[in-house]
Design a protein around this ligand. Structure first.
Ligand SMILES: *Cc1c(COP(=O)(O)O)cnc(C)c1O
Length: 453
């Protein structure tokens, strides 16, 4: 550890933090009962607090970390870039890291999405995709196409534009008056399959609902936005890939853009680099694809939207107002792009997509106990996301918080969503760490369910 500050004990840092730092996704008063942890450093899959306790980062620090903390390869790349160019404006200037990153990402889509617009966080990428879609139609003389469709229980970020296509009751109740109305269509969530139905049936039913909405609002819809394969924040709601094929077809038929929000499911998380590659036999390509979270390996804020030649050309003109009007101070930050390039290097050099298949199988195997536990339902997995639900009849309202707290005491960081427990670990998780994780979650669950009775 190379810190020049005097080491304070966890308690002191926590006390100071609670006075000065307003934490995200938190009712601050709950910290009277639930812990805030003061970190000191991290290495690989582990976070270490100021008192020397360790926590296995089973959710990749909110789904961002792909190759472990303090990854030697990414660290080295960043240190080199730091002495070269830390940041400069991207308007009127360019630099190797941003060019190489855009080129490499384009190649990963077989150049279907050859134009990349950069921002810093996921929500901003969603704002960009929504604005670009609307602006494209306006440039085409179709300015009535200004409404959006999203899925039930969708999550696309928390700025006002992104919130408009986010279907979370808590946010709607609080900020609904500030947001635009979006059309919400049925989710293809496989858990919606009725008795005797398959995941494909659930997807087909959801497609019918989508078609109904498209039909009813012809000429008014700019885009459909969805999270391919897994609606992560909805509680790792997984759906059949046939939904994506059907959605692509319907979008083409009704002249509506398809926005794939791969902020969480991209970068290998579901078993292919992009989740849309798994749609049908040969995959589909959306009109816009948003990435963030894992793209910088979990190192630096970076997000981006990739789009097609056709859309790019609709903006290409002498007229400024036909150009895309959007900018962020840190657009294309060279350090963030360098972290992303190092991340893509690791994917290629270490054959990560192939190796993850082995790790994903080991995950299934190690959670066999959960498949057979009578308190558990809807055991499911998509690549490096494994999830299951605790039956409603045995959980309490505070289940997620209590589970989080109890798991920490067993050196594990997991944050259930409602009654869904999931793991979304770094791809560098070792077999020993997987054992610790599975065992810790099983023991925690028994303890929490016992305390409830
Ligand atoms: C996290 C997330 C976002 C928002 O990204 P931020 O960087 O938190 O703004 C948007 N969409 C999905 C699917 C996400 O998981």
């Amino acid at each position: 550890m190379n810190t020049n500050k005097p080491t304070l004990l966890s308690d002191q840092w926590v006390e100071r933090s609670l006075k000065a730092v307003w934490h995200p996704c938190t009712q601050m008063k709950h910290h009277e009962r639930f812990p805030l942890i003061a970190l000191s450093h991290a290495k690989g899959s582990w976070l270490y607090d100021q008192d020397g306790h360790r926590y296995l980062d089973a959710i990749s620090s909110w789904w961002v970390n792909l190759f472990g903390h303090a990854n030697p390869y990414i660290n080295a790349a960043l240190k080199k870039q730091l002495d070269q160019l830390e940041h400069a404006m991207l308007a009127g200037f360019t630099h190797p890291p941003v060019v190489e990153l855009a080129e490499k990402l384009s190649a990963l889509t077989s150049n279907h999405l050859g134009h990349t617009f950069f921002a810093s966080d996921g929500a901003s990428a969603i704002e960009i995709a929504l604005k670009m879609s609307f602006h494209y139609w306006r440039n085409m003389g179709l300015s009535d196409k200004r409404e959006f469709i999203c899925l039930k229980n969708s999550y696309h970020g928390e700025t006002l534009g992104a919130l408009a296509v986010t279907d979370v009751a808590l946010f709607k109740d609080a900020y609904g008056p500030l947001t635009r109305h979006a059309h919400i269509v049925e989710s293809p969530d496989s858990r919606n399959a009725n008795k005797g139905e398959t995941a494909v049936d659930a997807a087909t039913r959801a497609l019918k609902d989508l078609e109904k909405t498209l039909q009813k609002n012809q000429g008014k819809i700019a885009a459909l936005i969805l999270e391919p394969l897994v609606q992560c924040a909805a509680g790792m709601a997984m759906h059949d890939r046939s939904y994506l094929v059907g959605a692509r077809q319907l979008c083409d038929q009704y002249q509506v853009h398809l926005i794939a929000d791969e902020i969480a499911v991209g970068c290998g998380r579901t078993g292919t680099f992009f989740a849309v590659e798994q749609a049908g036999e040969s995959g589909i390509w959306p009109d816009f694809l948003a990435l963030s979270k894992g793209i910088s390996g979990g190192y630096l804020p970076l997000s981006l939207v990739m789009t097609t030649e056709k859309i790019y050309q609709a903006f290409y003109d002498e007229d400024v107002s036909r150009g895309f009007l959007h900018s962020h101070s840190y657009t294309g930050n060279p350090l963030a792009c360098t972290a992303a390039l190092a991340t893509l290097d690791i994917f290629a050099n270490d054959h990560v997509i192939e190796k993850n298949k082995v790790l994903a199988n080991a995950m299934t195997e190690s959670f066999t106990w959960a498949k057979n536990d009578s308190n558990i339902e809807h055991f499911r997995q998509k690549g490096m996301i494994l999830a299951f639900d605790i039956k409603e009849s045995v959980t309490s309202k505070l289940f997620a918080k209590e589970f989080f707290k109890e798991a920490l005491s067993k050196e594990i960081l997991v944050r259930p969503i409602g009654r869904t427990i999931y793991i979304m670990p770094p791809y560098t998780l070792s077999m020993d760490e997987l054992d610790i994780l599975s065992d810790g979650i099983e023991k925690t669950l028994h303890l929490v369910l016992q305390n409830k009775d």
